[in-house]
Design a protein around this ligand. Structure first.
Ligand code: TRP
Length: 454
């Protein structure tokens, strides 16, 4: 593939583009958050609503980020500055960089927990414990030990260790290995789950919609989940698209990424729900689903310890391909705007995020427990502010920028690779980003900050 102008790095292969971008999208959001939301909001009906939003809102926002990133070839802040000189749009980019700090801090906390659980699965820490004891094991680990901090730093170190090698040798090379591996593990886990007695009930739960379960809070949760899961709304994809070759078909890439992201979420459901039902466990368990409920299930199934190791390895891999995409936003910003070398930018970024991450990881520790805002601890504040405020706000301005400022003509030229690809869909895309996406985003935002209640 041809290289973009100048000596800026780009992904080398089409598969690299998809592995890296789908790697950003596929993460804890798919394997941890999606299943527990689906569990809480009644299964298949939630899935249907989710799919509608992926197509109507997720893909258009993703395409808008691609358009901005690939035409500007810069980090989010630099991109808005370049495409809209002397206009305040760069604030949107700056907000994206700030969101990257916050997301990375709390996300790496959870990513660190997955390492503890790989370790526990390997040393046989689950067998012999009942549900209550597994719950205590989790809260004791999270609230009273120092190990979360150790895992946090290890995970941040691995993330930085990949990013420091750059776009091709770091991000691309690692994700083209990790993504197929992730897929393989997921398929093995699905087969294990589907061959358990009584697994069919879990499949029915996941695929037979009961629309009476859908209320306004389920709809909002689905919309928020689309944003989080597809990595949209803060410039991660602006940054990655700035490394796409000019010959890449942006629409095709957005479809492949959306498809992979959704497929992994559904497969994670297939790996989890049949097992949950097979052991007669309540599916609406919430965020503890993977760290408390699943260890309990694994130890009751044949070959459970082995599958437990695989499952937490899957979570860690999924998280790592996402944390590198978030760290890259900050590193691109530091190296392009503050003219740092990649190495200096990487360690400065990882170091500064770690200060916030330290507080997020210790948020439940007696030492930090008193530090709260509106009754939320540091972890919860970072999670809440980024997912409910910064992402929808970022997404809102990103689509408005492309729809009303950058304009149809320039967007069409970027999407068609200067006229070489078909553009029949562009009027429809423009309609979605002019009206549908901004309205949907305004609703999630107003609801997220509590100004609007249905
Ligand atoms: N999409 C990832 C997940 O599902 C998380 C993530 C990575 C993300 N980059 C992001 C979320 C940017 C929002 C914005 O786990």
């Amino acid at each position: 593939m041809e290289k973009p102008q100048g000596n800026r790095e780009s992904f080398a292969t089409k598969f690299g583009v998809i592995a890296a971008t789908a790697g950003s999208a596929v993460g804890l959001g798919n394997i941890w958050r999606f299943p527990y939301l689906t569990g809480e909001y009644g299964g298949a009906a939630f899935l249907v609503v989710y799919l509608v939003f992926v197509v109507a809102i997720g893909i258009p926002v993703m395409l808008s980020e691609f358009v901005i990133g690939r035409s500007a070839q810069l980090n989010p802040y630099g991109a808005f500055k370049k495409l809209a000189p002397r206009k305040p749009w760069y604030l949107v980019g700056l907000m994206g960089v700030a969101a990257a700090f916050m997301i990375l801090a709390f996300y790496t906390t959870v990513a660190g927990w997955t390492l503890e659980y790989i370790y526990q699965a390997v040393i046989g820490g689950f067998p012999g414990k009942d549900g209550v004891q597994l719950g205590e094991m989790f809260s004791h680990f999270r609230d009273h030990s120092w190990r979360p901090l150790l895992w946090f730093f290890l995970f941040m170190g691995m993330t930085a260790g990949i990013i420091v090698f750059g776009v091709k040798k770091g991000i691309e090379k690692s994700t083209v290995i990790m993504m197929p591996l992730l897929f393989l593990i997921l398929v093995v886990l699905c087969i294990r789950s589907l061959t358990l007695p009584g697994s069919l009930e879990g499949i029915r739960f996941l695929f037979q919609p009961d629309f009476s379960k859908i209320d306004s809070s389920a709809i909002l949760a689905a919309l928020g989940q689309v944003f989080f899961s597809m990595s949209i709304g803060m410039g991660t994809l602006i940054t990655y698209a700035s490394y796409f070759p000019k010959s890449d078909n942006l629409l095709g890439t957005s479809f492949s990424v959306a498809f992979t992201d959704t497929l992994v979420a559904i497969l994670a459901g297939v790996a989890i729900f049949p097992a949950v039902f097979s052991f007669h466990i309540e599916p609406g368990y919430g965020p503890g689903l993977v760290f408390v409920t699943l260890p309990g299930i694994f130890q009751q199934m044949p070959g459970g310890s082995f599958f437990a190791v695989l499952f937490f390895l899957l979570l860690a891999l999924a998280a790592l391909t996402s944390t590198i995409s978030v760290l890259e936003v900050i590193v691109a910003f530091f190296s392009e705007e503050l003219k740092m070398t990649r190495k200096a930018a990487t360690w400065t970024a990882a170091g500064t995020v770690s200060i916030l991450g330290l507080m997020s990881t210790l948020a439940w520790n007696p030492m930090m427990k008193g530090v709260t805002l509106f009754g939320k601890n540091v972890f919860e504040v970072l999670d809440f502010t980024s997912a409910n405020i910064l992402l929808p706000m970022g997404g809102f301005f990103i689509v408005l920028f492309v729809a009303w400022f950058f304009g149809r003509q320039k967007a069409a030229s970027e999407l068609s690779n200067e006229g070489t690809l078909k553009t029949g869909y562009i009027p429809f895309y423009m309609f979605l980003i002019r009206y549908i996406a901004p309205v949907a985003l305004a609703i999630i935002f107003l609801n997220g900050i509590g100004l609007l209640r249905f």
